[in-house]
Design a protein around this ligand. Structure first.
Ligand code: NI
Length: 268
């Protein structure tokens, strides 16, 4: 499993370098003697054949991951799959894609245009998942235009292929062993939670509770100059056993729908 661990380490390195507050939270947990393990990590993409879920999942599938769930998000026009490895110490991999057919031709053309500028060698490489924005320097004008239709698309245009978030497994924490305790801890340390749909998404009855911090602002060099926009976020998940005593391993679409809004700082 060495190679898979290398993939996650590399994704973590890129993620925390771009979003220093994530490393800060991780360090605050370890300072409390908590062992931080990942419930899942998540990627975003468009449903174009060259970069679809099926393409992004390849490096994981080839190393033993298997598809374990499908999800629809009609309001956000997203489809997602999650993948699991038989080694339960490895995180689930959650990959969503924007369904472009649900948007008008202008929007679709705008996206096809910058995807066409992607380096074809990177598109065919297993390194695609680490490659970030592969269509050159972004335009703030295009970013704003995309944002009018889909905040998800705007984020993806600027950040591209990287971990959109890692998720701490609350089940594996000792002292901070509930979502409530984790949220209190984060707020005490000055972090802002995503409270869209409430600070806690999901219930013990649904077998999954999740929370997340709002993405921090990161400075991006646009064609028009440097601007600060929301980057990645950190998520927290607590799973409950089902009636057979088996820990729930899937996702709850209506909760994930609200978690997507963690990169949306315009939303109050
Ligand atoms: Ni997530």
């Amino acid at each position: 499993m060495q190679r898979l661990q290398n993939i996650f380490n590399k994704l973590w390195k890129i993620y925390t370098e771009q979003n220093p507050s994530v490393q800060k939270i991780h360090d605050l947990f370890t300072a409390e003697n908590e062992s931080v393990t990942n419930d899942h990590i998540a990627f975003r993409t468009f449903n174009l054949p060259e970069i679809s879920i099926d393409v992004l999942s390849k490096p994981f599938i080839s190393k033993g991951y298997k598809e374990a769930g499908q999800y629809f998000f009609p309001e956000k026009k997203l489809f997602a799959k999650h993948f699991e490895h038989q080694d339960k110490n490895l995180p689930r991999v959650f990959i969503s894609e924007l369904i472009l057919g649900e948007f008008d031709a202008n929007f679709q053309n705008l996206i096809q245009e910058f995807v066409d500028h992607a380096n074809p060698i990177i598109l065919k490489s297993d390194d695609l998942i680490f490659s970030g924005r592969i269509w050159g320097k972004p335009s703030f004008k295009i970013y704003e235009k995309l944002q009018e239709e889909s905040e998800y698309a705007a984020w993806l245009y600027v950040f591209g292929f990287c971990a959109n978030h890692f998720t701490v497994s609350v089940n594996n924490l000792n002292k901070l062993n509930s979502i409530e305790k984790v949220n209190e801890f984060l707020k005490q340390k000055g972090f802002r939670l995503n409270d869209s749909g409430g600070e806690i998404k999901g219930t013990p009855q649904e077998l999954l509770e999740q929370s997340s911090i709002r993405s921090e602002s990161v400075e991006i060099e646009f064609v028009e100059g440097i601007k600060a926009i929301p980057g990645c976020y950190y998520e927290f998940a607590r799973r409950y056993p089902d009636s057979d005593g088996k820990l729930f391993s899937g996702f709850i679409a209506k909760s994930a729908d609200k978690i997507f809004e963690s990169t949306d700082n315009l939303r109050k």
